[in-house]
Each structure stands twice: as C-alpha cells, then as structure tokens.
Design a protein around this ligand. Structure first.
Ligand SMILES: [Zn+2]
Length: 230
C-alpha cells in the first residue's frame, strides 16, 4: 500500500503520517525531514539545499525526485507514505512513473482539509520558548503554557511565520501549488478527503476506516478475479 498525505502547514499531517506508519508498517518518506538531516550532517546535498530551505523555499524537482528515488530503493517492496511530496505536477508524474517501473502504484491520496480561519487563529496563538525555542502547544487544542517544560523559562514569543499575515501567505502558496495536484489525483479516483479539524484521534479513526474500506475492496476485487478465472 502506497499513500500520499496532503494538507497545509499545521493540519496535523506529520502526526497522522506517523500513526499510519506505526500501525501499517509502512515506510515514511518525508523529503523535508530527510533534507533537514542532510543539512545537519553537512553532506554535499545538505550544503546544496541549505540556503534554499533557509529562505522558506522548496528545492528543485530534480533534488526532491532524487531524494525520493534513493529512499524508495532503500525500502525495497515495502509500502510507503509520502509526506511533503509531490508539490508540483512534474513531481507527481515522475513519482507515478517511478512506482510503475517498480510494478507499484499509489493506492490513495489522503487530503486533510482545514478551516483556514480557525487554523490561522490556532497557529497565531502558538508561542515559542524564547530560551530554547520549544513550541507551545505542540498539539491542538491550544493550552495555556506557564513555564517551558524543557528549560523552565517563562518567556514566550510568537514565531515570525506564525504571524497571521505569514500564515495566510503559507496557505496561499499551499493552495496554489496543490490545487492542480488534487484535481490530478481526483480524476484518477485516488483522492480521499478527510476533515483535519477534528481531534488527532478522530482524524486517525477516519483514516483507519478509509484504509480498512480500501483493503476490503482490494480483497473483494481479488475474489472477483479468481471467480472469473474459474
Ligand atoms: Zn524552553
């Protein structure tokens, strides 16, 4: 089973990806995270993308696809969850080609939808510890923070990119980039839409129900094939 997770920043995509990964023994391919590790390790690739990512921009399709292919070759025939890619039509098409070459395909594209205004309100109420940089709250819903649990500091401030204006810009970029992709996957019957504004548990239950339904369908179609064979 190969899945793609879609959702704007703050939709809980990363959290859900990890829950699905644990439960279904899938490999997570999160290109953003892989590249941040490369930067940390100061590899040639890390040095190449460092300045691009520091500006909040995305590396080229070639870089993203190279990272994807390398990671995919490491996981062999295990199913994967893609988080943070594809972001462009070119990436989506190349990813589909790569899966096809390996005899696989994307089984579902799960879109976590959000209420933009509510999410902006929540992201804007997120604060960061001024001493150690730890963000609060880590998960929705927002809870009042008295002192940093990591360093004990009582000074908190808001990240520049969590300012309402910056959050709106991030949404705008997301909407512009992903809309064509969502149409592309919807036409193939792969797009599944889930309300990402519910609690982490509720969203996870809905995803699980969806995956269960898909597996039932797969089993059924398997039966049909064998019936036809007879
Ligand atoms: Zn702290």
């Amino acid at each position: 089973m190969n899945l793609v997770l879609f959702g704007p920043p703050g939709a809980g995509k990363g959290t859900q990806a990890r829950l699905i990964q644990d439960r279904h023994h899938l490999e997570l391919i999160a290109t953003g995270e892989i590249l941040r590790q490369e930067i940390k390790k100061k590899t040639p690739l890390g040095l190449q993308v460092e300045h691009i990512m520091a500006e909040g921009k995305y590396p080229s399709d070639d870089i993203i696809l190279a990272v994807f292919k390398k990671r995919l070759s490491q996981v062999k025939d295990k199913g994967v969850i893609l988080d943070g890619l594809p972001r462009t039509m070119n990436q989506a098409k190349k990813i589909a080609e790569t899966f096809k070459e390996l005899g696989h395909e994307i089984d579902a594209v799960i879109q976590l939808t959000v209420d933009e205004d509510k999410l902006i309100e929540r992201l804007s109420s997120r604060v960061t510890c001024e001493e150690c940089g730890r963000p609060y709250p880590k998960d929705f819903p927002f809870q009042r923070v008295e002192a940093c649990s990591k360093c004990g500091s009582r000074s908190f401030s808001r990240r520049p990119d969590d300012e309402p204006e910056a959050v709106r810009t991030r949404f705008k970029v997301y909407n512009e980039q992903t809309k064509p992709l969502l149409n592309y996957y919807a036409k193939q019957g792969l797009l599944k839409v889930i309300n990402g504004m519910k609690s982490i548990e509720e969203v996870n239950q809905e995803i699980e129900a969806l995956l269960e339904e898909m597996q039932v369908l797969t089993r059924k179609s398997g039966c049909l094939y064998s019936a036809q064979d007879i």
